[in-house]
Design a protein around this ligand. Structure first.
Ligand SMILES: [Zn+2]
Length: 324
């Protein structure tokens, strides 16, 4: 895999930035983490050069598997967790759908990184024409069986006349090498009154900010010790400091907050008044699903922090809904 130095913000192209943190991560490469002074995007340098080969290399790598337990996400078992996730997705769908303008004409949706098509299923039910882009053959095969058309190309290569009424990007923009270009393209592909939903980790989230502070200000042996403890005792993280919060190239290449996502959208032609940015955790009031009570002091403390994050509008996840 090849890397390039990112000398400017990968969203707004500004060269003004502040170095926040450096660490040695993937393949023993030293990564610098910057925050753009113009749009506030947090991004790493060097950046991987994204192509078919590097995508395969990143997402089949031991680094990715170990870190995320990537395959677990798609195991089709009706465990309690899966049921909770399904219920929550249903509530999310209902919320997003409230932004869609009713009309008689048949509608089209594109889900970038559609996985096994679990979100698109709701739209298949409604009779929408459903398209997905998904680099993993294993899960896209499952999506195909649900009457979802999988496009075998980059979103950037979709013909501009092929318009959509809804574009969904769930935890995908942080994996993209030039996220600003994708937002521009989404704007171009949306019909008049079309809706875009972008979900991505929030760089201004409370937990994220705490992690930044620990990494930036604590002596290294303390942050290393915390990471080890979290991994060994609570199976959180990888046990070493090899990221800056949720930023960890070559997987997560940039992190947005309210300001940076709004700037990216307005630069692509969306009007400020049509952009709604929320942030929330798994306890977020809009789609909170009843789940087993957390056990143990640490889990309860984490729950408290997540709720506090939601309350102060500093939830872990940034949820942006915009329409033309
Ligand atoms: Zn920027």
């Amino acid at each position: 895999m090849e890397f390039r130095n990112a000398n400017e913000c990968i969203s707004c192209s500004s060269k003004k930035r502040k170095l926040k943190f450096s660490y040695v991560g993937f393949n023993e490469i030293k990564f610098d983490c910057y925050q753009c002074k113009e749009c506030s995007l947090v991004y790493g340098s060097p950046q991987p050069i994204i192509n078919d080969d590097s995508i395969n290399e990143i997402y089949s790598s031991e680094y990715y598997q170990n870190y995320f337990g990537a395959n677990n996400d798609y195991v089709e078992v009706s465990t309690e967790r899966n049921l909770i996730l399904k219920k929550r997705l249903q509530m999310e769908f209902e919320y997003y759908y409230s932004f869609v303008k009713e009309s008689e004409s048949p509608k089209k949706i594109l889900d970038l990184g559609c996985g096994d098509g679990r979100f698109l299923e709701f739209f298949v039910e409604l009779g929408w024409d459903c398209y997905g882009i998904e680099p993993s053959d294993f899960v896209s095969e499952i999506a195909r069986k649900k009457n979802i058309k999988i496009l075998d190309k980059s979103m950037l290569d979709i013909d501009e006349n092929n318009k959509f009424d809804f574009i969904f990007m769930d935890n995908v923009i942080e994996h993209l090498d030039y996220p600003g270009q994708y937002v521009d393209k989404a704007s171009e592909l949306l019909n008049e009154s079309g809706v875009i939903v972008i979900k991505t980790p929030n760089s201004s989230g409370l937990l994220e900010q705490i992690e930044y502070m620990v990494l930036s200000y604590c002596p290294k042996f303390i942050s290393k010790g915390i990471m080890k403890l979290l991994h060994n005792k609570y199976s959180i993280g990888s046990g070493t400091v090899h990221r800056y919060g949720n930023l960890h190239p070559p997987v997560h290449l940039s992190l947005f907050n309210r300001k940076s996502i709004t700037k990216a959208l307005t630069a692509s032609g969306f009007k400020n008044k049509n952009i709604k940015v929320l942030s929330g955790s798994e306890y977020f009031h809009l789609w909170r699903v009843k789940r087993p009570k957390p056990i143990g002091l640490f889990s309860n403390f984490l729950k408290f922090l997540k709720r506090l994050g939601d309350f102060t509008k500093r939830g872990d996840m940034l949820i942006t809904v915009a329409h033309k």
